[in-house]
Design a protein around this ligand. Structure first.
Ligand code: FAD
Length: 410
């Protein structure tokens, strides 16, 4: 029985958690239920996965990993964690363009919230989706494909259109990545550093000047970067982004080449994050505003550092998925890992949101935020289209929850 999310900051209100063993059982369950929502791996920090009705986990469905080499696509069970199928894609000679920091996250849950990795040219994980198969409010199974007018609203859909059973993903030929960590980057060199590799993350504690670490993930076919780069120095040993935590939990660094799925996430699949001693918030700003946004955060550092574990800056390419935080704009993402104390973290969250308001900062749907509903409504141009889509496919509000009522009224 699942009663709380991974971080423990959300105690679920659901009456029951069902674990159907077949898609037919899932369809019967959805058809018979008055309120139901899918639960992924529970890694969201917001109440987005919650319901007062019934929860469904897809962990009991027979796993599907169908690779179609001719079309370079894979149809995978929506309830699989990325780490459960990315190795199979690699063995078949294929890859996904990008991954989030943790391979333990379920594909449908990640895509439903606009989860992303980093890279100037890499879209959010949902941009790899070309078809979504889902059980709708009537219990019927339907497929929405790229090209369908409803597709842009059906991928990053916050679980509001039904229970997704499979995702079809675009693949590219497999590739190798080498990961290098640099220490000591100036704040004003952020943009250049973020453009300096296939996937780049900047880490800071907002306690000194600039960034303590740069995680540079480069294609293994690219030339080895210099030992000193943009004034930063290459770390001589494996590191963790939070001081004092065992760096062996992190994917191999020091330029050791490895396949994409073992280097793009920051953390190893074999490392099991048992419970989350942390909270997270994240804000998406237009990439052109990154320098000003960093200076705005720097100006409120006194308000955030007492509750901050670490902050990470990444980039995401623009997409056209209606609810994606990168919708319509090349994006820079400012992430904050807080101590696991909601009451203590919320004033810092509020200070950040005030500082970032002028940059039209969109919050991550799956993380802690306090952005006012009216502000959220002004940040995404397609919220009304999405509301109309949910009204069409879920007129009785079977998949609605309190968070959707607050931020996506209809
Ligand atoms: C340690 C850690 C690292 C993280 N790293 C990143 C990162 O690098 N980048 C980033 O952007 N985010 C990151 N996140 C946030 C995380 O990716 C998102 O919160 C994501 O939604 C979690 O997926 P989940 O499967 O746990 O979903 P849940 O939290 O279980 O659910 C999220 C939403 O997905 C819906 N959903 C789940 N399964 C289905 C389904 N089958 N059909 C329909 N809807 C479904 C749920 O109803 C809910 O609305 C991280 C979180 C943690 C705890």
């Amino acid at each position: 029985m699942v009663t709380a999310n991974w971080a423990g900051n959300v105690v679920f209100s659901s009456r029951e958690v069902h674990r159907p063993g077949s898609v037919t059982q899932l369809q019967e369950l959805v058809a018979a239920s008055d309120k139901v929502r899918a639960l992924g791996s529970g890694h969201s920090f917001s109440r987005i996965a919650d319901t007062e009705g019934e929860h469904v986990t897809l962990a009991g469905l027979p796993p599907v990993i169908e690779i179609d080499a001719a079309s370079s696509t894979a149809r995978v069970s929506a309830g699989l964690r990325y780490g459960e199928f990315t190795g199979r894609l690699h063995e078949a000679g294929f890859a996904l363009p990008n991954l989030g920091s943790l391979p333990h996250i379920v594909a449908a849950g990640a895509c439903a919230t606009g989860t992303h990795g980093s890279g100037q040219h890499n879209g959010a994980l949902a941009t790899a989706v070309s078809a979504v198969e889902l059980v709708g409010a009537d219990g019927e199974l339907r497929t929405v494909r790229r090209g369908d007018p409803e597709f842009p609203g059906s991928v990053v859909a916050l679980g509001a259109l039904g229970i997704v059973t499979t995702l079809t993903l675009d693949l590219r030929p497999t590739f190798g990545i080498r990961q290098w960590i640099y220490e000591g980057l100036a704040l004003e060199d952020a943009e250049e550093a973020l453009a300096g590799g296939y996937s780049v993350s900047l880490f800071t504690h907002w306690a000194g000047a600039g960034f303590e670490q740069v995680w540079l993930k480069q294609l293994d076919t690219d030339p080895e970067p210099p030992v000193r780069w943009l004034g930063a120095t290459r770390a001589p040993a494996q590191v963790h982004m939070v001081p004092g935590i065992d760096p062996q939990h992190c994917t191999p660094q020091l330029g050791e080449p490895g396949p994409w799925h073992e280097r793009l996430p920051h953390f190893r699949l074999a490392f099991t994050p048992s419970s989350g001693d942390e909270l997270q918030s994240e804000y998406f700003v237009p990439r052109a505003a990154l320098g000003d946004a960093l200076r705005a955060v720097d100006a409120v550092r006194d308000k955030i550092t007492p509750v901050l574990q670490v902050s990470e800056i990444r980039t995401v390419a623009a997409d056209e998925l209606w609810l994606s935080p990168a919708q319509g704009r090349d994006t820079a993402v400012l992430h904050f890992t807080w101590v696991p104390d909601t009451e203590a973290a919320l004033p810092a969250v509020a200070a950040l949101e005030t500082a970032l308001a002028e940059f039209d900062a969109r919050p991550h749907w799956g993380k802690v935020f306090g952005t006012a509903p009216a502000t959220v409504a002004s940040l995404w141009p397609h919220l009304a289209d999405f509301a109309a889509l949910t009204l069409k496919h879920d007129p009785e509000g079977k998949f609605r929850n309190a968070m959707l009522e607050t931020y996506l009224p209809r």
